[in-house]
Design a protein around this ligand. Sequence first.
Ligand SMILES: Cc1cc2nc3c(=O)[nH]c(=O)nc-3n(C[C@H](O)[C@H](O)[C@H](O)COP(=O)(O)O)c2cc1C
Length: 207
Amino acid sequence: MKNLPVIVGITGASGALYAHTLIKELVKRDIPVEIVTSKWGKYLLNHELNFNFGKNPQKFIEEQYGKNVKWTDLTWHPGMDMSATIASGTYRTRGMVVVPMSMGTLGHISNGVTSNLLHRAADVTLKEKRPLILVPRETPLSQIHLDNLLKVSRAGATIVDANPTFYQGAETIQDLIDSVVARILDSLNIDNKLVPEWGIPKEFQDA
Ligand SMILES: Cc1cc2nc3c(=O)[nH]c(=O)nc-3n(C[C@H](O)[C@H](O)[C@H](O)COP(=O)(O)O)c2cc1C
């Protein structure tokens, strides 16, 4: 069977490190990745991670993630290219993750308004009933945001909000990021050991 790709959509919400970590975890497992960035997603990658896509973003992405791996299949799609493979349901994928997801993109996806390739790919993922994992980042949330989250959840999306856990003994920012990326991978049914499986410590079992 074809090794189906995961689409990773990156929007202009804070938390580019979530997307960066997820892509590295997928590449490690030889899973092809189709990356689509919104204009503000690219901005945040630059602002938070110092990414400089330059004149050849495809080459930049290959250098960023393809180095030191035996096999890679990495594609970067410009956010406005509606003729891209991932704009069509005929192009089979394992699903899509929008990480981090801005409230602007949430508004588009929850209303079926496809103004860029990222919205369209999410719309296609939903209509084809493939896993759509949304990782919203905003606080506090307005009633509009909450309504939109409920709407996409009812339409079949999984909401994994950018909400790290601390109980696993997190010591670094990366540990916190990993705790969210682990849940994204879980939602895609991809085995990972980023965070140890929870079990109540013995001394508390009878308490
Ligand atoms: C530095 C910076 C941080 C931002 N962080 C967030 C955020 O965490 N959540 C959010 O919903 N919007 C955030 N925004 C606003 C979005 O980038 C803006 O609404 C944009 O239009 C989203 O477009 P996109 O969804 O197509 O990427 C941020 C903007 C900037 C410049």
